[in-house]
Design a protein around this ligand. Structure first.
Ligand SMILES: Nc1ncnc2c1ncn2[C@@H]1O[C@H](COP(=O)(O)OP(=O)(O)OP(=O)(O)O)[C@@H](O)[C@H]1O
Ligand SMILES: [Mg+2]
Length: 289
């Protein structure tokens, strides 16, 4: 699980904090999504929870960050291997450069962990299959498309089976089919008890997949709650996050008295269809009277 309390961080050369007084918790089996505008501090938060910040960046940090009960301030990065996995925003940065094929690249982390050969091969094959990379397994990582590199970066973390996964915009270069594979893999991890922190801009998928959503704005958390509460908040746009079209449609309808009064604004297609269905049924009854 992830526990962050009263945490602030300033980069070495910066004059103001990139994160200010952050607090939240993510339990096992939970997927917490992070949204926010550009520069809000999302990647910084990903770095903090995976231990790379401030261990690799330097800078000044205060407050508490714990992963599975371990205080990251006192844990060297090497102690987090296999415990926390980070999928970075730019997949190109994640390729080791030390391996010649996709298959070897995915196996790289396991080799370093000393996993037995047979088990390693089985785990690598499963990840290749789950992420649709089997057909490119013998290619060089550098010959892949941006989307395939992104899947490779995710695969090389997934294969380690970390207890906590942090993913920074893992579907930014993927089409709908690639994103579906990633979200399916995340769903499986969640069932296995993995704690997931996911920075993502595909709001429709988030609304269905996340247990909680955090909004980062101006270096701090301005909202946290269920996807229904947070993504339907009327301040979402002020926070630099584009609202879902279902919510926008229902809000416009509500302004004209065409959304059932007590019903929360929808963040999924199903909830929108139900709400508009209820409005139509209500209008029908009025006509018949
Ligand atoms: N290495 C660094 N040194 C100094 N300042 C940095 C560094 N990395 C990021 N920042 C600053 O910290 C703030 C937060 O950046 P961060 O990359 O975390 O935002 P983000 O929400 O991930 O943005 P994006 O949506 O563009 O990925 C920004 O003001 C950024 O300019
Ligand atoms: Mg970022």
């Amino acid at each position: 699980m992830i526990e962050v309390k009263g945490f602030s961080f300033t980069y070495p050369t910066a004059s103001r904090p990139a994160l200010h007084d952050i607090g939240f918790e993510v339990g096992p089996h939970e997927l917490c999504a992070v949204v926010g505008g550009s520069g809000a501090g999302k990647s910084t938060l990903a770095g903090v929870v995976s231990g790379t910040i401030p261990h690799l960046t330097g800078g000044s940090a205060e407050g508490l960050v714990q992963v599975n009960g371990r205080d990251l301030a006192d844990t060297p990065l090497s102690g987090l291997v296999g415990e926390v996995g980070l999928v970075m925003q730019n997949p190109f940065n994640q390729i080791s450069g030390a391996r010649f094929s996709v298959r070897e690249e995915i196996a790289f982390g396991l080799e370093n962990m000393g996993v037995p050969r047979d088990e390693m091969a089985a785990r690598v094959d499963t990840v290749l299959r789950d992420l649709g990379l089997t057909k490119v397994r013998d290619r060089s990582p550098y010959e892949l498309s941006g989307g395939q590199q992104q899947l490779l970066a995710i695969g090389s973390v997934l294969v380690m089976r970390p207890a906590v996964m942090v993913l920074d915009e893992p579907t930014s270069q993927l089409d709908a089919a690639g994103s579906a594979l990633v979200f399916e893999a995340l769903g499986t991890l969640r069932e296995q008890g993995v704690t997931t922190l996911l920075i993502e801009h595909r709001m429709e998928r988030l609304a269905r997949a996340a247990d909680h959503v955090l909004v980062l704005h101006g270096s701090t958390i301005v909202a946290k709650g269920s996807p229904g509460e947070v993504l339907a908040d009327e301040r979402l746009e002020e926070w630099g996050v584009a609202p879902l079209r279902y919510t926008v449609a229902a809000r416009r309808a509500a302004a004209r008295g065409l959304w059932p009064g007590a019903r929360p604004l929808p963040v999924t297609l199903d909830a929108a269809a139900e709400g508009f269905g209820a409005t139509v049924a209500h209008l029908d009854r009025g006509d018949r009277r």
